[in-house]
Design a protein around this ligand. Structure first.
Ligand SMILES: C[S@@+](CC[C@H](N)C(=O)[O-])C[C@H]1O[C@@H](n2cnc3c(N)ncnc32)[C@H](O)[C@@H]1O
Length: 217
């Protein structure tokens, strides 16, 4: 999802494997590998040295994008964090509200918060993809700012742009989201205090089920 030829910043890089891959494969000309922790940045430094990439990858200690400048990168990658943290990092970076900057996010949890944030804050979700590693399905979302906000069906934040009709992994991921919602709605069905949540989640669940049925057809 990182665009060919674009400079990149990998936020929360840990071992800097991703920026190293992007440079070694000629996808990115230059990268910033950033992390909030000194330990991960030491890991990153080892990888960068091992591959002789010190000229092309700069290491930066930074909470989110606070120490990253607008001119440092065109594509910004956030992988292996929770969706809520990604929302916080994106929301506090005004220069991401620029259509030339593209985001690639791989949320480990709460992807629905990230999608909701994107739709309600003028970001367009361009593409989503699912992949599997050691039996677990992961998703990645690419998005960029257009300034447009639009209404969305209640289940959208759970399935987004995942290609459920053509990709079994995407479908498996969305089915898992549906199971999670079903468990929650069954659990709160008779709780009057949580009626508003029940109603919201039930509508989302119906929409997800419709989406999966239509994908079958
Ligand atoms: C699970 S690792 C993911 C590493 C790599 N991105 C990947 O997907 O394999 C999460 C990394 O995010 C970093 N991190 C956590 N909060 C952060 C923040 N607010 N800003 C930058 N990095 C952060 C952690 O220090 C850690 O190195």
């Amino acid at each position: 999802m990182v665009r060919f030829g674009k400079t990149v910043c990998d936020v929360g890089t840990d071992h800097a494997y991703l920026p190293s891959y992007l440079i070694l494969n000629g996808i990115s000309p230059k990268a910033v590998a950033s992390d909030i922790g000194e330990g991960p940045l030491e890991n990153a430094a080892k990888t960068v040295r091992a591959y002789g990439l010190s000229e092309k990858i700069s290491l930066r200690l930074s909470d989110g994008l606070w120490n990253i400048g607008e001119n440092d990168a065109e594509d910004i990658v956030l992988c292996g964090m929770g969706g809520e943290l990604m929302v916080r990092i994106i929301d506090e970076t005004p220069w991401l509200r620029n259509g030339n900057k593209h985001l690639v996010c791989q949320p480990m949890s709460h992807a629905e918060d990230l999608r909701r944030f994107f739709i309600e804050n003028g970001f367009t979700i361009e593409k989503e993809t699912a992949c599997e590693d050691s039996g677990r399905v992961y998703i990645a979302i690419s998005a960029y700012y257009t300034g447009e906000t639009k209404a969305y069906p209640p289940g959208f934040i759970y399935y987004g742009m995942l290609p459920v009709s053509t990709d079994n992994l995407a479908r498996a991921y969305v089915e898992k989201q549906a199971q999670r919602l079903k468990k929650r709605t069954d659990g709160i069905e008779n709780n009057e205090d949580l009626f508003a949540e029940y109603k919201l989640l039930s509508e989302a669940l119906k929409d997800i089920e419709r989406k999966l049925e239509n994908a079958d057809g």
